[in-house]
Design a protein around this ligand. Sequence first.
Ligand code: IPM
Ligand code: MN
Length: 361
Amino acid sequence: MKLNIAVLAGDGIGPEIMEQGVAVCSAVAQKFGHEVSYRRALIGACAIDAVGTPFPDDTYEACMEADAVLFASIGDPKYDNNPAATVRPEQGLLAMRKRLGLYANIRPVETYECLIHRSPLKDEVVRGADFVCVRELTGGMYFGPKQEPHPNAEGIEEASDSNYYTRPEVERILRVAYQYARQRRGHLTVVDKANVLASSRLWRKVAQEMMGEYPDVETDFMYVDNAAMRMIQDPRHFDVMVTENTFGDILTDEGSVLTGSMGLLPSASTGEHTPVFEPIHGSWPQARGLNIANPLAQILSVAMLYEHFGLLQEGRLIRQAVSASLDANVRTPDIQTDGAPHYGTREVGQWIVEYISSQAS
Ligand code: IPM
Ligand code: MN
């Protein structure tokens, strides 16, 4: 297969983990006889520095012309504590999602037996947890009508965001979630705040109408506050959860730490145009250039990329290589066992590349 991949490394640890993601992508391509080409483009703070905007038109074109986008991370502390900044790196990511129509963000939360002891939860609570969060990605408060902070008629400062959703937006993301539930254990949890929010009542209404079309899937409804609690009390309860943009953002950070490290969770964003594969963690600017960032979420994002194109063996080999590296204790400091030597970002990536290249085809 021929694959043109747009490579958006972004900021912070992005370039370092991307280097390993690309190396793994190429190793797999070579093993299975695929022809992969890469086109690098700017996004985030580095794009603001270079051309003044976080999602330049060149980058948009590179994404639109590619079969897939491999994205790493964006963000820079110089913008974080400056509410007055008018351009922000995050706008680059949001613009990419919106312009590519990536309404479905798939975030699988899986546990690795050898890392369970690193989870803040008791082993017996977290062992075997395995669910997917389907997060709506192009609607809700992120994109609804908003007012930046400004003085109102009485001279009091005010600001607002609107959690705006339309029926078609809700319907299409629920369909994606039902498809996942069908392929998994047949259990879908719709997470909302329908006891308070009108937008959530729309979600619930649409889901209640649709559930009859999926009799093979058991649908249940949960308020988001309860879901946040249930995730730490009994994460195995969940198979597929579906929720709006903001709730999904928050719950997936919670989900990522359940498993013991945020550095391990990949995600896929799909919708109308080119799909994007990216780790769920941020750009960790403090670690930039130190060769300590965990490249596994990026590498697993490459597995999701191959799987998206039906290349399941390719994905499986990457997952197998990642598990083997963990079992061999070839791990970055964030997940290394006490007393065992630390490996750098590059060393973990190289180990995985060598593992892949050395497997019999
Ligand atoms: C994520 C991130 C982004 C989000 C930020 C960087 C805009 O936290 O992908 O979860 O809020 O969606
Ligand atoms: Mn987030």
